[in-house]
Design a protein around this ligand. Sequence first.
Ligand code: SF4
Length: 413
Amino acid sequence: MSSAADARLFPAVQAPVGTARLMAARAADYATHQSTFGPLPAHADSAALLAALRDSGLEGRGGAGFPAWRKLAAVPARERARRRRVVVIGNAAEGEPLSQKDATLLLLSPHLVIDGLLTVAGALGAHSVYLYAQASVLESATRAFAERADASAIELREAADTFISGEASAVVNALAGKAPIPHDRTVRLTESGLGGRPTLLHNVETLAHIALIARFGAAWFRSVGTKGDPGTRLVTVGSDGHPSRVLEVAGGSRIGDVLRFTGVDIGSLSAVLVGGYHGAWLPAYALEARLDRADLAGFGANPGAGILMGLGERRCPITVAAAVASYLAGETAGQCGPCVNGLPAMAAVLGRLATGDRDTGLPGEVRRLAAIVTGRGSCNHPDGTARFVLSTLTVFADDVTAHLNGRCRKDHR
Ligand code: SF4
């Protein structure tokens, strides 16, 4: 970030120190929020905001990890220049059952999400602004909205309680009054989304970071975390026997450290699921890996939406994976071939393996079906499901063999 852009965007206010950034003013009213973070700076133009986001290295926190500045840059320049054209959406539809971070953020720091929405909307001169979230989450956000006049520009819309409700095109469909399911996208939403308008959709944690970057700058954002994963991120952490908690951690934290901090005995784990049901397993021997792309790439994982779920060594991973695959096969929009036919078939074959069928062709059949569904849907639900299933076969190869030999003695509940 250039110092000139810094000077334009960032008034002199006390920046949070350490990793308590998004959670620096937990459950604060608006007055406390302002005294903690300072007032929201005057709106930057889109070029200045884009430069700040690019220099910060902020990646989207919704799962895909797309650089925040690239999303803004994807709104055609002519549309950014023409005021009152663009639609801005804050997405808190947390369909992933293992994730709690967005709901927690809106419960504890709703004003940062509002600030982020207003920052992006102000830079683009937005036509309309929405916050999309499940009903229970909106309920807590409503109190924060009532505290400030500037939030009246933001419409609150209730999200469906389904796994795929947060997919970008499903969100746009829902806001347009249609079924909240993904649709085929031949044109990017940033060019033509809600009502044919350029539509910029950010996860709410991404927006909260944008609100802080607008105040304190890109260099401050990068002062915590690693080069590959700057800043902080919210993670939902749990394991067998440990209820999930949401933490704010430095980017690139070691996964074992994060788990230990929450009291998880990492010696009792066989693996950790990174990224939720569309994620991948990290075996126990690799728990000192960092929560960043570079360290996780070898396992087919990425930080995603910040989910770390430990699996106890006594639990049967094949049984767990079969239950997840079955759940995911039931959470499709039922409109594309891979979901209508492929996912239920793949889940059924994995279920046979889990429940004692010793046909040695089962793992190969799972792999065959995973290859068939990958890249064939209108959204990434088949790809994410296949990734999870394939990771299970790879990381738990010994358990697969134990099942085929009839020697699995683990807990099958
Ligand atoms: S791939 Fe599956 S979940 Fe995605 S739009 Fe098609 S049917 Fe729906």
